[in-house]
Design a protein around this ligand. Structure first.
Ligand SMILES: Cc1ncc(COP(=O)(O)O)c(C=O)c1O
Length: 394
């Protein structure tokens, strides 16, 4: 059965997709390839609509009171079954951003360091910086952070001065890379030797678009010892749900659940967590995932084909096996700011590579998640024309 999409079309609601309601909205006519959003038509309005009624019918007043501090048991049980851990190894969060903020508060004190991949999720770094943590960049290759670079960063910083290592080994934002199993084991060994926890941001893990076998998460390889894995429904259902979870050792979950915010307010997003439990419990979530992967695959393939046709050999367009983004590598003599400006003048918004750290070179990140295929093809054609006309190498 294909998820019903007929009941609530996004079109009658188009007037609400505007600044003041939605976080970031491109001006009319712009093909927005910048944010890691799902396109309005990919957001499961019809599927989510009945879930709140189902959760309220099933749980009654228990859905409207303060929830258990670690999150409602029905969702923790389902997440545990899905991800191979026990319910007491799961804490329900309000999404990865909130989980990261919680962890920064617990693991870090101002002035301590977090080791990140040289090119990595800009807003994750922002959350770390908000907590007074210093971001230390480690070199990477096509599989993410290199173990020797992690070793150097941890040894050079000194015991006790690194709060945690932050990694996105699966469908990395922005590069789309996936670390192989041996790389994962090597990184785990380095962090364990230094006694530093790893925070594994797995926001895109369920969005594999090709028939490839993914290596197990770091958390699974380490049986969660020394690893805290962050999951989110933001990329698979919708970020407006503000719902995610983390997997960690039971004592870590207990310590996090004992934080004042959770003791005071109970589970974050309690009713939504019960609503999503209805979706997870009877297979509807898996149907949704299959459908969404097919939609994203079509968008990725459309954008890649149009970019390659338009740009030829002059730009390397990475083909990610999952997630939302493709990473473009230009001749390093080309100016990133000029490429972004040329794109903007042609009516296309793109993300500059330098936003994600100091990798060097000239890169841009393009999201294929926010537009239907015809708009992606249009965006790629505009980019190819704009960059052809843009000043050639200095
Ligand atoms: C790597 C990564 N982590 C976390 C997030 C944010 O997750 P959430 O919406 O669950 O806070 C994003 C969204 O762009 C992301 O790309």
């Amino acid at each position: 059965m294909v998820p019903s999409r007929a009941t609530v079309s996004p079109l009658p609601h188009a007037r609400w997709w505007r600044a003041g309601v939605v976080q970031a909205v491109a001006p009319p006519g712009v093909v927005d390839l910048e944010p890691g959003y799902l396109e309005p038509g990919l957001l499961p309005v019809s599927e989510v609509l009945p879930l709140y009624a189902e959760a309220l019918s099933e749980f009654g007043p228990a859905a409207l009171t303060y929830g258990a501090n670690a999150g409602a048991e029905p969702l923790r049980v389902l997440l545990g079954e899905r991800h191979g851990c026990a319910p007491d190894e799961v804490l329900v969060t309000a999404g990865t951003s909130q989980a990261l903020a919680l962890l920064c508060g617990v693991l870090g004190e101002p002035g301590r360091h977090v080791v990140v991949e040289r090119t990595s999720y800009d807003l994750g770094r922002r959350i770390m910086a908000d907590h007074g943590l210093r971001v230390l960049e480690a070199d990477a290759d096509g599989e993410g952070v290199r173990p020797d670079a992690l070793e150097r960063a941890l040894a050079g910083t000194g015991a006790g001065r690194v709060a945690f290592v932050y990694l996105t080994p699966t469908f990395h934002n922005p590069t789309g890379t996936v670390a192989g199993e041996q790389r994962r084991r090597d990184l785990l060994a380095v962090a364990a030797r230094h006694g530093v926890p790893i925070v594994e941001d797995d926001a895109y893990a369920e969005l594999c678009l090709d028939r490839v076998a993914l290596p197990p998460p770091l958390a699974a390889l380490a049986e969660r010892r020394g690893v805290i894995r962050l999951g989110s429904f933001a990329k698979t259902l919708g970020p407006g749900l503000r719902l995610g979870w983390l997997e960690a050792e039971p004592e870590v979950v207990r310590a996090l659940a004992a934080r004042g915010q959770l003791v005071s307010g109970g589970a974050l997003n309690h009713l939504t967590s019960l609503a999503v439990a209805m979706l997870l419990g009877d297979g509807r979530y898996d149907l949704r995932l299959s459908w969404l992967r097919a939609q994203l695959r079509l968008r990725r393939d459309t954008l890649m084909a149009a970019l390659r046709a338009g740009l030829g050999e002059s730009v390397t367009v990475d083909r990610p096996t999952g997630g939302f983004f493709t990473w473009l590598t230009f001749d390093p003599r080309r100016d990133e700011g000029a490429l972004v400006a040329a794109a903007r003048d042609a009516g296309v918004a793109v993300a500059p590579g330098s936003r994600f750290g100091g990798a060097g070179g000239t890169h841009l990140r393009l999201a294929y998640s926010l537009n239907p295929p015809d708009r992606l093809a249009e965006g790629a054609a505009r980019l190819a024309a704009a960059w052809r006309n843009e000043e050639s190498p200095r």
